[in-house]
Design a protein around this ligand. Sequence first.
Ligand SMILES: O=C[C@H](O)COP(=O)(O)O
Length: 226
Amino acid sequence: MNRWLASVRNLEEVSSLLAEGPDIIDLKEPKEGALGALSSETICQAVALIGGRCPTSATIGDLPMEPAPICHAVEQIAATGVNYVKIGLFPDDRVPDCLIALQPLAVQGISLVGVMFADKRPDFSWISLMEKVGFTGAMLDTAAKDGHNLLSHLSLAELSGFVQTARSGGLVSGLAGSLSFEDIPKLLPLGADYLGFRSALCCAGQRQSSLDPKAIALLKRALNRR
Ligand SMILES: O=C[C@H](O)COP(=O)(O)O
C-alpha cells in the first residue's frame, strides 16, 4: 500500500495539500504536541473547505488517560464532521478503561483510531481491545518529536507485527513518526494501510515550519504517487 496521510494545521495548508492528492488530510496543531488539537471551529472550516474531496482525520490533543474527558473530546471533534477521530494512547493503567468507555461512541458510528507511541512502550495487546470495542484503526507514531523517528524505536519485525495484528483484527493500520523519504522503501513492504507524515512535508523537515512543495513532490515520488 502506498497511501499517505498528511498532517496540516490551518486552512492555507489544507488548500495547498488538497491539490497533491493525499489519501487522508489529518488536522492537528504540531506545536501542541504529537497529537495537538486544533479548535473545533478550524476543523469545521477545514472539513467544509475539503468538501468530501478527501477523507479527513483530527486529533483530540495529548490528553491524560481519563475516560470522561477523552470521551467528551472525541464527541466534540466528531461533531465537526471529520471522518476519523484520533486518540493518543499513552502508557497508563487506565488505557483499557478509556477504550471500553469509548465503545458507545463507536456504536454511534464515530470512527475511532487509536494512536500508540513507539517511544512510549506501546502495548500491542491494546489492539485486540480496540477491535472488541469497535475502533476503525490503529496507528503507531512517536510522542517525542526529537529527531528520533519510528524506526529508531521499533524494528521492522516489530512494525510488521503491529501491522499484522491490526489487520487480523480488521483494523486499518498506519505508521508515522518523523518518517523521511529514506524510510519509505523500508516501510512499504510491511503493508500498512497508510504512512503518515508531517515533518517530511515541511521546510527543512521541521514539523512546525510551513509546507514545502519540493519536499511534498519528493515524498510523492518516493511513494510512487505522482
Ligand atoms: O499522523 C502523522 C503525524 O502527523 C506525523 O508527524 P511527523 O512526521 O512530524 O512525526
